[in-house]
Design a binder for this molecule. Sequence first.
Ligand SMILES: [Zn+2]
Length: 486
Amino acid sequence: MKDSLKLFNSLGTKKETFISNEKGKVSMYVCGPTVYDLLHVGNFRGPIFFNFLRNWLEYLGYKVNYIYNYTDIDDKIINKSKLENKTTKEISEKYIKEFEKDYKSLKINLPSFSPKCTEHIDDIISFIEELIDKRFAYTSKGSVFFSIEKHRDYGKLSGKNTEDLLAGHRVKVNDDKKNPLDFVLWKPSSEDDPGWDSPWGIGRPGWHIECSAMSKKLLGSKIDIHGGGVDLLFPHHENEIAQSESRSSTNFANFWVHNNLINFDNQKMSKSLGNIIKGRDFINDYNSEIFKFLILSVHYRSILNFNKKLINQTIINLIKIYSALSLAENLSNSKIEVKESKEYKNEFESYSKKASGFINNDLNTPGFFSVVFDMVRKFNLEAVNKKPSGELKYFSICLLDFFNMYGGFLGLFQEPKKDFILDLNLLILKNKNIDVADIEDAIEKRDNARIQKDYTLSDKIRDKLNTEGIDLKDNPDGTTEWSVRV
Ligand SMILES: [Zn+2]
């Protein structure tokens, strides 16, 4: 019997034991990107985290229907289309393709389905009609607004109350609204903007309504998990609750799960600060494995502070893990006959229990990785201090199995080990501004010095490389191997 998952619910702000509405099935809707540009590193935290959550739920025995939408009509898309003299469809289609390329390079599982807002206009219109019929929404000069006063629970997710929100509205806003807090469900399109025919004239949906309508259409009125970045909690998700629960008179989502944001060197990433890093650029400069490991090494509800130090630490940690895995692979491929060891077996059972315990406790990935490093340390200690044996081979197999299994959930540890270690070493050198050709030159000079028995020079070269973090290993046949110290 697998232990149950405790998940932090933003609705009620506490951890709760996860139970699905329908036995063995989970419906999960996560707000996806607005497609008008390449996404920055922060935008990928959601896809990487929710992939892990979905995979873990599947491991716990649920069949998960995971919807991740594209907002393909919005002011930003319209502005870009005007700037580039293209249609909004051309812009959104282009950036959906670009996003899907980036997603593929992450090497994680796809969502079950990714609907587009513009393909659900009919569903959105009928959703709004129901809200009007039930008097939760009203029309005004070609627009339709949701009436905040009609939804008594407004603020239950964000903890905001309407009086405080109203006090914040000093400027007189939109005369068409009955209450300044009412939000738009449908707005008229001007002549050169894209629009769809509706009972209220040519127009387009407001942003919040698309997720309520698509979620209802694809998953039903009551879902298990609604997710997204914490920046969406208010007003987007609060407004989704207002719309969906007013329409259906039932709870919309049992669990609201929010991943936190990514800062860069303790500053918010923003265009004006010029510190935005595109996900694609990071993956090209480094690697998708480094990207995923870095994101998952911080708990999803904590702010992740992206900086050079964290990137370097991530690379070093990955070298440690992959080096142990490479050693384990060598041992498991050796001709020694495997021998089950009770001691190692018990130890692995205890590691596994701890690891899944951390994950079941609100997907505590930092805790999980602490178990991983304990295990790697233990393995290295045994592998270095003991002669290869059947028991050690058994340990190696257990280690590889563990990483295969948990790596599958996280979307990690599936790279070809030796090649990947080499890539990581080269990245460390790049970050230290050390050229591989310079190292090889220095080694050649040192080899020549040794041939000429100039040991003062050969020692000097070795010491200089050592201070740069390059270790040399002289082989009996005269060749020298080098490695980066981590
Ligand atoms: Zn949404």
